[in-house]
Design a protein around this ligand. Structure first.
Ligand SMILES: [Zn+2]
Length: 457
């Protein structure tokens, strides 16, 4: 299916917003990228999507820039004419620092260069202390696209990179390789301490993103939202695993939450100079096997709520949080998954709790055949949440408890003396539960499937 066909399918399968979007960030559907059509057709489609709160994405294709850049400029011109935000997938202009050049390799005691292929067989991850000469080339890639828009007076509203397997990464076999590299050992005197190794690697990873991407964009577009997949303020713990990340080995520090190996993480978000945070809240297949509960939904929900809470609570109020979400079981084994799919109800409830725990907006990634269903699930909650725009815009999240067993989850936004509350029960319970808000005990009645507005004493 073409992306334009997906767009038409979504328009037919969703309802226009009943409450205006106002200045809130639209719902970003990652699959709706590079819509092709004549201008009249595109304008009509983009208007219909906007009426549903949905934004499309322009993917920059640096490798094909001679043809691609004029197309991107044209599309941005249409969006400008319609007064719609320009949302961009910038991944290609930040890829790749580690381009396979032998000068970027680690170097062993015998002087032999080597790479770390434990993240991807296709990406030769090299030495963070030998890659600085690549910065200028990446900066130039970013500048090519950003300057071209700037010179034509075109807006760039939200720039999202999916920059993952490139630059220093501390997981998988990275630490073992670093300890074999004479340059890494010289540069990190405490390399036998994982935390020192991780801090050194993250410092360079953040420097790359700051100097070659965020600062380049912000020098021409100071008000643009610029960020990257999986970069967000956090509390020093990493509660999820990306598809390419292996479980920790015995020597890697981690703490077990049931069978979930929680890893230490660096909170270096401020060093990236990004202007929005981008947590990743996905139904990773491995989540389901970590916990013992018969309530299958709470296995998914618990793990994802930990990510939601960590990121929502750690982000300063002024920093927009735009979270990647995905409902269908993510990255299942090739021979199929035995884990029951998270229910639609539990996923919808999770989206509500995200809005009530400091997440501002949603970007949805999915595979091609999943597009309509995934869009419908998110758009429904997005549209309903706009009824409470005043709370979303001005309220403060006040509840961050993640129950250690399936039970009752409560989240709330406080605005003056009023609370917007969502209560979700994973074991049926008709009685009110007590929560503590600013030292006051507040009773939260059961109200399955609905938000409540409560008055504080
Ligand atoms: Zn090295």
């Amino acid at each position: 299916m073409t992306t334009l066909e997906h767009a038409l399918e979504i328009i037919a399968g969703t309802q226009p917003l009943a409450h205006p979007r106002g200045n809130r960030i639209p719902f970003i559907v990652w699959r709706l990228t590079d819509l092709q059509g004549d201008d009249a057709e595109l304008e009509h489609t983009l208007r219909e999507l906007d009426a549903r709160g949905i934004a499309t994405v322009t993917t920059w294709h640096y490798g094909a820039r001679d043809k691609d850049l004029p197309r991107c400029l044209h599309y941005a011109g249409i969006l400008k004419r319609l007064g719609l935000p320009v949302v961009v997938n910038t991944t290609s202009v930040v890829n790749r620092f580690f381009n396979g050049d032998e000068r970027t390799a680690h170097i062993d005691a015998d002087g032999n260069p080597f790479f770390d292929l434990s993240h991807s067989e296709r990406v030769k991850i090299g030495c963070p202390f030998a890659v600085e000469f690549r910065y200028q080339a990446i900066r130039a890639q970013v500048e090519t696209y950003v300057k071209a828009h700037h010179e034509r007076g075109l807006p760039l509203d939200i720039l999202i990179a999916d920059w993952e397997i490139d630059g220093p990464i501390e997981w998988n076999d990275a630490w073992t390789h670093a300890k074999r590299c004479t340059r890494c050992c010289k540069s990190i005197p405490d390399i036998d301490d994982f935390h020192a190794f991780q801090a050194a690697y993250r410092r360079i990873r953040n420097e790359m993103q700051r100097q070659c991407y965020a600062d380049v964009v912000r020098s021409l577009y100071p008000n643009t939202l610029v960020g990257n997949y999986a970069e967000y303020p956090n509390d020093g713990r990493r509660h999820w695993y990306d598809y390419f990340e292996h479980p920790p080995k015995r020597e890697h520090p981690h703490t077990l939450d049931h069978l979930d190996p929680v890893r230490p993480w660096i909170n270096g978000f401020a060093d990236t100079h990004y202007t929005f945070a981008m947590p990743v809240v996905y139904t990773w297949h491995r989540i389901h096997g970590w916990y013992p509960w018969p309530e299958s939904d709470y296995r998914w929900f618990y793990s994802m709520l930990k990510v939601v809470t960590n990121s929502g609570r750690s982000a300063p109020a002024a920093l927009p949080v735009i979270s990647f979400v995905h409902w269908h079981t993510t990255s299942p084994p090739k021979n199929g998954s035995a884990a029951p799919q998270m229910s639609e109800r539990a996923y919808s409830e999770l989206l509500w709790h995200m809005f009530l725990r400091g997440h501002d907006a949603l970007a949805m990634w999915c595979t091609d055949p999943e597009t309509l269903k995934e869009t419908q699930l998110v758009q429904t909650v997005y549209a309903q949440a706009l009824e409470h725009a005043e709370f979303l815009d001005k309220g403060t999240p006040v509840l961050f408890d993640v129950p250690a067993e399936p039970g009752t989850v409560v989240s709330a936004l406080k605005l003056g003396k009023r609370l917007l509350v969502r209560r979700t029960d994973f074991r049926p319970d008709p009685t009110p539960v007590q929560v503590n808000i600013d030292g006051v005990s507040v009773a939260i009645p059961a109200e399955p499937g609905n938000c409540q507005i409560l008055q504080l004493p």
